[in-house]
Design a protein around this ligand. Structure first.
Ligand code: NCD
Ligand code: ZN
Length: 348
């Protein structure tokens, strides 16, 4: 049985995107803006976006990188450090510069060296965020080198997430890019003040795909893809329509030279085809009727924003994902599923 050949939904938002800076920003931002009305922009630049002033300046650079007629709004986030000033964060949120703040455990992922070394160091900030209703976005992996890389999310739930949620019972938290059935269960168990983003690559690949016939650096990201049973749990959660789960691509471009290297860096660049691939997944799960909730309604509701008023139409009309996206200065970035033909397309 095949489903419908077209689907019109409110314009989606991306609740987790890395847009980078400089020439890379100029090259990648239009791909996100083509599909999404808004995106939560991650602050892990070098140096990181730690203050409201830095975020306002970064927001201007993003706006300049996207043609105005695309109607794209970047939602900025604060990079929390051990030294973050609660007043600056609260002021930035009050002024509408910050939509949220991001907790990177120091050393957990790309450009997280200035991150938080222990949640106790930001208790003052979390208390203030709880008071003002500002969401905390969490990269949920422990950095303990003794913990297996495939267990880092699961261990984080017990070591960090549970005690933090218990200590701040009113804090709104997004468990970013969840990859395990344990995280799905945990998010459900904690009720509406805890949400989770789910990437499209974690709905499509498992850890075996990374090593199928050789190592595939363009499928390497953090948190790393897990076993098949976890991919299936994520697909069930995403397509459930439940309010706690929403779209976050974690599109994370790196130059091909940095990915195809002896020590390749983590990140999958999905912006050129993300909404189309989510549609494919929902179609495969016979859940196209739930795509709008996941992509366009649940995220704004969690953040206290209105859903988009404009719509987009997806059509079943195969096209081929580009092999490369060029970056000024000679670098290039390889999209997720580069060169593959995929079934759904967004109508221009
Ligand atoms: C992200 C990046 O490259 O900035 N990489 C990734 O693998 N997802 C950082 C992150 O979100 O962990
Ligand atoms: Zn990310």
């Amino acid at each position: 049985m095949t489903g419908p050949d077209t689907l019109t939904i409110r314009r989606p938002d991306d609740w987790h995107a890395h847009l980078r800076d400089g020439a890379m920003l100029n090259a990648v931002a239009p791909y996100t803006a083509r599909q999404f009305g808004r995106a939560i922009v991650m602050p892990n630049l070098v140096p990181p976006v730690t203050t409201a002033d830095l975020a306002a300046a970064y927001r201007d650079r993003i706006t300049a990188a996207v043609p105005a007629e695309m109607g794209f709004t970047p939602l900025m986030t604060a990079y929390l450090t051990d030294k973050t000033d609660p007043d600056d964060i609260a002021r930035g949120y009050g002024d509408g510069v910050f939509a949220a703040a991001k907790l990177y455990p120091a050393g957990a992922t790309t450009n997280s060296d200035s991150g938080v070394t222990g949640v106790a160091n930001i208790h003052g900030v979390l208390e203030r965020m709880e008071e003002i209703g500002m969401p905390l976005l969490v990269h949920g992996e422990v950095t303990d080198p003794a913990v297996d890389v495939f267990d880092r999310e699961h261990v984080f739930i017990h070591r960090v997430m549970e005690p933090m949620l218990d200590r701040f019972p009113g804090l709104k938290v997004v468990f970013e890019h969840i990859t395990t059935s344990a995280a799905v269960d945990f998010v459900r168990s904690r009720g509406p003040r805890v949400g989770a983003t789910i990437t499209v690559h974690h709905l499509m690949i498992n850890r075996t795909d990374i090593f199928r016939g050789g190592v595939h650096p363009h499928l390497y990201c953090l948190p790393i893809a897990k076993r098949e049973q976890h991919r299936l749990a994520l697909r069930e959660a995403a397509t459930s329509g439940e309010a706690q789960f929403f779209l976050g691509t974690d599109t994370a471009p790196h130059a091909v030279s940095a990915k195809e290297a002896a020590c390749g860096c983590a990140g999958i660049f999905s912006a050129p085809c993300a909404v189309e691939l989510y549609a494919q997944v929902f179609d495969e799960e016979c859940a196209l009727d739930k795509l709008e909730a996941f992509a366009s309604l649940n995220g704004p509701a969690f953040y206290g924003l209105k859903p988009a008023s404009e719509t987009v139409t997806l059509v079943r009309d195969p096209w081929t994902v580009p092999e490369h996206v060029a970056v000024d200065g000679g670098a290039s970035v390889k999209p997720f599923l580069a060169g593959m033909t995929i079934p759904w397309r967004i109508m221009d």
